[in-house]
Design a protein around this ligand. Structure first.
Ligand SMILES: [Zn+2]
Ligand SMILES: [Zn+2]
Length: 319
C-alpha cells in the first residue's frame, strides 16, 4: 500500500510531463555558434484560414530527417479584400487600381500612369489604351493565362494583366516547414518551391519576373496589399505592405508578419520608431537575443520580400 502512495503522484507527474511535451509549443534552442533558434509557433497562423489543423511530420530535407509542420491553406486573405489591379479607363483614379514597382519605388497604377507608360519607360511601343481611353485588360481566365506567363502570347502584348481569385479558388496550397529552422552559412537562392507565408496562409512569392512582363509591354499590377493572382499559385504577395496580421513585439522591433519556408520568422521592414533594420545579411536577415535569426521583408518597391534563404528550406505545393 505504501508503494502505491508514491506511485500515484509519480504517474501524475509523468502524465503532466507527457502533456507538456506533446503541447505544440516547442522550446527555443541554441545552435553550435551560440545563436538562438526559435521554433515555428503554429498558434500564430490564423486558424480560420487553415483547411485543417497543422500537423507534424518527419520529412527528409536535404538528406536529413526533419520534423516539419504541414500547413494547408487556400492562400486567400481574411484581413483584407483582394484587388483591384488594372484600371479600366485612363481617367480612373488610383482607388480603382493597384500598384506597380520600378527601381525600388511603388507607383499607383491609375489611368494616368497607364496613359503615360511610353514616357515612363522611354519606349514608344507602350500603348495599353484604345482611342476611346479604355484600357486593354485581360477579362477572362483564358486571357489571363495567355498573358500571365513568361512567354506572353503575342495577342496580349500591350495589356494590363489581371487574373481573378475565383479562377483558382479550388486550389490548395500545402506548406512543409521545419519546426526548428537550421541556420546555414551558405545561402540558398529563392526557387519556385515557395519562400514563405503570411499568418493568413497566403504565399510570399519570389520577385515578380518584371523583365519578362515588361518585354511584352504588359504590366501585372499588385493590389494595395501587395498581392495578385497567377494560375500556378492563386493569390500571392510580392510586397509586404502592412495589410496582414502582425504580431507586435515587446520592444521597439518591427512586428512579425509570417514565416519563411525554412522556418525562420519574417518581420516588417520598419520598427515602431520608423527606423530601418541594421546589419542585415545578403538575405535580409540578422539575429538578436529575443528573436534569434530572422528576416526583415524588403521595402514594397523592391519586388523582393526575401532575397535568399539562410535555413534548410521546406517546400510549397499547389494542387
Ligand atoms: Zn506574381
Ligand atoms: Zn530584426
Amino acid at each position: 500500500m505504501k508503494k502505491n502512495r508514491y506511485l500515484k503522484p509519480f504517474v501524475a507527474l509523468i502524465l503532466f510531463v507527457l502533456i507538456i511535451s506533446c503541447n505544440s509549443n516547442h522550446k527555443a534552442t541554441t545552435n553550435d555558434t551560440g545563436m538562438k533558434i526559435l521554433p515555428v509557433n503554429k498558434e500564430l497562423f490564423i486558424q480560420d484560414n487553415l483547411l485543417e489543423d497543422i500537423t507534424e511530420k518527419t520529412i527528409d530535407l536535404n538528406g536529413d530527417p526533419t520534423l516539419c509542420y504541414i500547413i494547408k491553406t487556400k492562400s486567400q486573405p481574411s484581413e483584407h479584400s483582394m484587388g483591384p489591379w488594372c484600371p479600366e479607363h485612363i481617367e480612373d483614379g488610383k482607388e480603382k487600381a493597384g500598384l506597380w514597382f520600378n527601381d525600388g519605388k511603388v507607383y499607383d497604377v491609375d489611368g494616368h500612369f497607364i496613359a503615360e507608360l511610353a514616357e515612363f519607360y522611354k519606349d514608344e511601343k507602350w500603348k495599353l489604351f484604345r482611342e476611346d481611353g479604355s484600357i486593354k485588360v485581360t477579362k477572362t481566365q483564358e486571357e489571363c493565362e495567355g498573358a500571365a506567363k513568361p512567354d506572353v502570347d503575342e495577342e496580349y502584348y500591350n495589356y494590363c494583366v489581371e487574373c481573378m481569385p475565383e479562377y483558382y479558388q479550388d486550389q490548395i496550397t500545402t506548406y512543409t516547414i521545419p519546426v526548428f529552422p537550421k541556420y546555414n552559412n551558405a545561402t540558398q537562392r529563392l526557387g519556385r518551391n515557395g519562400i514563405g507565408l503570411a499568418f493568413n496562409g497566403v504565399n510570399f512569392d519570389p520577385p515578380a519576373p518584371t523583365h519578362a512582363i515588361l518585354a511584352a509591354h504588359t504590366i501585372a499590377p499588385i493590389d494595395d496589399h501587395g498581392g495578385h493572382v497567377n494560375p500556378h499559385g492563386g493569390y500571392h504577395y510580392h510586397a509586404a505592405t502592412g495589410s496582414t496580421k502582425e504580431v507586435e513585439q515587446t520592444d521597439s522591433h518591427s512586428p512579425m508578419i509570417g514565416y519563411a519556408i525554412d522556418g525562420f520568422g519574417i518581420y516588417a521592414f520598419l520598427d515602431t520608431n520608423s527606423q530601418e533594420p541594421k546589419y542585415l545579411d545578403e538575405c535580409g536577415g540578422h539575429s538578436d537575443d529575443i528573436r534569434g535569426y530572422h528576416y526583415h521583408a524588403g521595402e514594397p518597391g523592391g519586388n523582393q520580400i526575401l532575397k535568399c534563404l539562410r535555413g534548410v528550406p521546406g517546400h510549397m505545393k499547389v494542387n
